[in-house]
Design a protein around this ligand. Structure first.
Ligand SMILES: Nc1ncnc2c1ncn2[C@@H]1O[C@H](COP(=O)(O)OP(=O)(O)OP(=O)(O)O)[C@@H](O)[C@H]1O
Length: 250
């Protein structure tokens, strides 16, 4: 078997080497990331956890090309983000990365369907109708497509945001507290769908969360403290995540 066919040789979907992020300068400088090296495997669901202020959001923003690191490198699908111009970075984010935010971030004047198709519209790509239909069906949105976000429940809005993130089959989906604004039952539905998209569609997902139950949907949890990776868990359960967080003093 070729190395590329085995798990050992698989290139990570996202990787970072010695990532440092310093906000501000002089006496007020904050070292939010202090030398993070990480590889996030394709086709897996990774959760990033850690105490408040530990650097989770900064790490996610740097990995996703939403923020630039002070030093170190980040690659998505083999492309080194630090070598791209702002314009190239915008195109890469649009075409190869999907985002799901806590606050849904849907366009209020567009219908659910228009919101889902927006990334393709912006990229000038023709929608794969069969793919769009399967996303809409699996997410239970078929009878909500003509509604605007204000006419949808929070859970429905987040399902639209998930469909929008997946519609262009991105290399990776970054989710920042995707269930933070949802009740636990609706949150569980959204997390189950994210899990399903990894299992059945081979999607790569990276999620920042405070919630041990949400993290237990992931294949792997990486724990951040004071801007460094301090430990990780494979096949987490809520209890193993709570234990690991307790050890960090969180
Ligand atoms: N724009 C900024 N300017 C200055 N300092 C910042 C900025 N953004 C974040 N920080 C600081 O960097 C550190 C890491 O912040 P970050 O938001 O990444 O942590 P977090 O783990 O996501 O926190 P939380 O769980 O509370 O959202 C914190 O000390 C924070 O105050």
């Amino acid at each position: 078997m070729q190395a590329a066919d085995s798990a050992v040789g698989v290139q990570p979907a996202v990787s970072a080497v010695d990532l440092v992020k310093v906000y501000g300068s002089g006496q007020t400088a904050v070292r939010a990331l202090d030398g993070v090296t990480i590889g996030l495997d394709a086709g897996r669901f990774t959760a990033i956890m850690g105490p408040s202020g530990s650097g989770k959001s900064t790490l996610m923003h740097c990995l996703a090309g939403l923020d630039t690191a002070t030093s170190g490198t980040v690659s998505i699908g083999g492309t080194d983000l630090t070598k791209l111009s702002d314009r190239q970075l915008t195109v890469l984010r649009r075409e190869r990365v999907g985002f799901v935010f806590q606050a849904f971030n849907l366009m209020p004047t567009l219908t659910a369907e228009q919101n889902i198709l927006l990334p393709l519209e912006l990229a000038g790509t023709t929608p794969d109708r069969a793919w769009v239909k399967s996303l809409v069906d699996v997410l239970g949105l078929a009878d909500r497509l003509r509604h605007r976000p204000s006419e949808l429940s929070g859970g429905q809005q987040q399902r639209v945001a998930v469909a929008r993130a997946l519609v262009s089959r991105p290399d990776v989906v970054f989710a920042d507290e995707p269930t933070g604004n949802l009740d636990s039952r609706t949150g569980a539905e959204v997390l189950s769908f994210l899990r399903q998209s990894v299992r059945e569609l081979g999607q790569t997902i990276v999620m920042v969360t405070h919630d041990p139950v949400a993290a237990s949907y992931a294949d792997r949890v990486v724990l951040v403290a004071d801007g460094r990776l301090v430990s990780e868990l494979e096949d987490p359960t809520p209890d193993t995540v709570i234990d690991a967080m307790r050890k960090l003093g969180a």
